[in-house]
Design a protein around this ligand. Structure first.
Ligand code: 5GP
Length: 177
């Protein structure tokens, strides 16, 4: 049986904080004069969302969706299921979807089609992490925190089998025999 451990730190706490501040400034400037609805994708985006929202100067509200992704493994199943839908109606709203990480983009592609059909006034994506060279879908991601190498990462909201979300930094998952 293999065990897991926290490996190399990819993005430390001060670097995360600095980038979230920058994203907050950029988004606040872009949405000036508008009201924003942040849609967090549970559970991983919660930590990023809480930090980013506190850097926004435009009026904003939050809502959440939960969709199935990898289950308990580290491979994309390609199967997407809505586990929890939004509480509110997004018709005519300016919606910014917050994702923790985009790998192939297949999950996001499904989500964007689903949300787009509800006729929001605008619909954009902000992802903390995007895996370099992995994107298979053509979903435009307007705001990106960091591009990272193709490794399975944990921390700052990201889990492996529901663990490690509480790490203050983003690290690589190390699997030990
Ligand atoms: P995609 O559909 O873009 O391939 O996968 C997106 C989802 O898979 C993310 O929202 C996240 O839940 C999960 N995921 C992808 N890569 C990683 C990773 O490196 N670490 C963790 N913890 N989850 C990941």
């Amino acid at each position: 049986m293999s065990t897991t451990a926290v490996g190399e730190v990819l993005i430390d706490e001060p670097t995360l904080r600095q980038r979230v501040e920058e994203l907050g400034e950029e988004i606040s400037a872009d949405y000036e004069g508008r009201e924003l609805l942040l849609v967090g994708v549970l559970k991983g985006a919660v930590f990023f969302m809480a930090d980013l929202m506190r850097q926004l100067s435009v009026p904003c509200e939050i809502d959440f969706m939960a969709i199935s992704s990898y289950g308990e493994g580290t491979d994309s199943s390609g199967v997407v299921r809505i586990l929890k839908d939004l509480d509110g109606n997004i018709e005519g709203r300016h919606v910014l979807v917050l994702e923790d990480i985009i790998d192939t983009g297949l999950t996001l592609s499904y989500l964007m089609r689903n949300l787009g059909a509800r006729e929001p006034a605008s619909l954009e994506v902000c992802a903390l992490l995007v895996k370099h060279g992995r994107l298979e879908s053509d979903v435009p991601v307007k705001y990106i925190g960091f591009e990272i190498p193709n490794k399975f990462v944990i921390g700052y909201g990201l889990d492996f089998a529901e663990r490690y979300r509480n790490l203050p930094h983003v690290a690589v998952l190390r699997e030990e025999p």
